[in-house]
Design a protein around this ligand. Sequence first.
Ligand code: 3H9
Length: 691
Amino acid sequence: MSLVAYTIQHAVAVVAIDNPPVNALGAAVRQGLAAAVAQANGDATVTAIVIASAGKAFIAGADISEFGKPPAAPLLPDLLDAIEASAKPVVAAIHGVALGGGLEVALACHGRVALPAAKLGLPEVKLGLIPGAGGTQRLPRLIGAAKAFPMMLSGEPISAGLALDYGLLDEVVSSDVVAAAIRLAEALAAEGRRPVTSTATVALTEADRESFEALAKDALKKADGMPTVPALVEAVRATALPFKEGVAVERKLFLSLIADERSKALRHVFFAEREVAKVPGIGSEVKPREITAAAVIGAGTMGGGIAMCFANAGIPVTLIETAQAALDNGINRIAAIYDISVSRGSLTPEARKQRLALIKPAVGLAAAAGADIVVEAAFEEMGVKKQIFGELDRVAKPGAILASNTSYLDVPTIAAATGRPQDVIGMHFFSPANVMKLLEVVRPQGVADDAVATAVALGRKLGKVPVVVGNGFGFVGNRMLEQRTRAAERLLIAGALPHEVDAALVDFGFKMGPFAMADLAGNDIGWRSRRARGLKAAVADAICDAGWFGQKTGRGYYIYPQGARTGQRCPEVEALIARISAEQGVTRRAFTQAEILARLLDPMVNEGARILEEGIAARPGDIDIVWINGYNWPAWRGGPMYWADSVGLDVIAKRLEAQAAEAGDKALEPAPLLTRLPAESKGFAGLRTDS
Ligand code: 3H9
């Protein structure tokens, strides 16, 4: 069946793409479009052409799954040249998103009409690319480089209304966009006009170029090593050349970016993000429960942040504490965070008022009675949780979801405190909850499928990336983090210093290393948790015994003079570490950055393999999404499991064996999956299709 339908209406050829789900421009669509344009031009009864499409999107862009494969003719740039060169005017009828190659199709047309809900953008940068089918050359010619460049730099789409203001659209109509496009096409044909963007120079004035150069200078300063920014600047500068030459510059840059490892990793993240939304065993027949009111238990930093998530999404939320003073503190903290947003201009004073009005403070669990979902964010202690859930069982309405924000505890044990384990689930937010995107939805045995579907749907409504994980100590993210924390401590004792360990991770692309992070979060948190579990960490414990809890005490692994946020190396800490090495009979040695990195990340990958073996994560890509959205793993490195594949699982397994032997720690030995996959000549990516 052809993916491109061809019909004639009023002597206008209507070419309609129907390639679900989003009309991506795969080879068959490109062939269909090329044939349709040729057919219309060869038909003497046809006066003009309209390109429209079926389904929710106009065109979501090039087919990303084709990238990296041998290209099939016609190439998109060639197809677009043919559309622009059509002797009969071509008009795009845009009803949904026109993104990337989709907008480039519209730019090659001679006219563009859209519905108000349409969104237009060039999001290639999010895939580590720049537009590669003339977008960098046609958009600036049409609307000016000063408007086109920020669209391509951010990748964010603009509304039809703004596109009309920019002159990117000819018309926005409230209904029947195809009929409106036919009218415009007929008018262009009747007037003998065929406005061609590639030769338009309207907006490329001196003033426009100056504005663009100022924006480019700023963008290059903030580029952070990402190759897309200089490439985009170079491509837009090439609009000074004749169109054909400019397009050649764009093409060369596009092809070099598409082969870049960073773009490959970002494309993996794109598909992993889509896959994570599919929860094994839960199909579209499972409908989420309706959530119109929420309650959050605990007005501390976490509970307050979670309440803000609900208010930000327009859902009324009751914030519950045991005492008025704690409640007042919590509300004041929330108001202060909103005040900062207002002072920064990211929130209007009215929106601040509305959001605060959605948060209703209350003392006592009885106030949770009206909620469709209750999120408990109380003290991380099983006794406390059991008591709260027992009480909730009495007060919450039937069918309400009872969620715990626990980071480590056993969710079925919490559920057993109620008579309704089918409604009890884990919803693990990350701090600060109003900012961090990750939401681990913990799915214990016995929870109802529609409760899981509700938590996932709600998570998305709150602007989060929900990842469904199995029940098990630390779930996915924190369980792997613990391995990194232990590895960092081992490195200190073996001879590295805190700043060396942190630098290795920062150079890798993390915002912070483990020790700067611990100082920021407070070293006492891990210390208390270790004590509760009977665990020891010689350096970390000694630092806390000395009262060096991190930034809040002015010193931790580093010194923070007068409230500074960036720490300085601390000779006392370094001496303390050397003393502990000596006490343990370790001869300290220097480590290269590559060795440090391997020692930090390999044990995480190993734990990830165990997590997969145990079914705690459904797919390797889910683990990547957890680490990118919850722990600042650089997206352009694709996540820990993707990274492991790029290093080679056999290499990692060998390194782990060596570490296990050196540390005399069997826990560091490679997980069975880590040896089985390379033996089968596979990586984690092979698990996607083969198991
Ligand atoms: C480009 O155009 C380069 C050119 O400049 C030059 C070329 C020479 N390709 O997100 P959803 C699939 S680069 C292939 O859940 P939503 C997606 O995998 C491209 N597949 O839906 C999923 O499949 P499945 C520039 C694609 O409603 C399904 O569609 N364009 C593509 O939440 C539904 O996706 C972009 O970067 C694609 N281009 O959001 C746009 N797009 O069901 C990327 C989607 O099997 N796409 N799929 O898992 C998006 O931003 C969103 O998908 C969109 C829909 C807003 C369209």
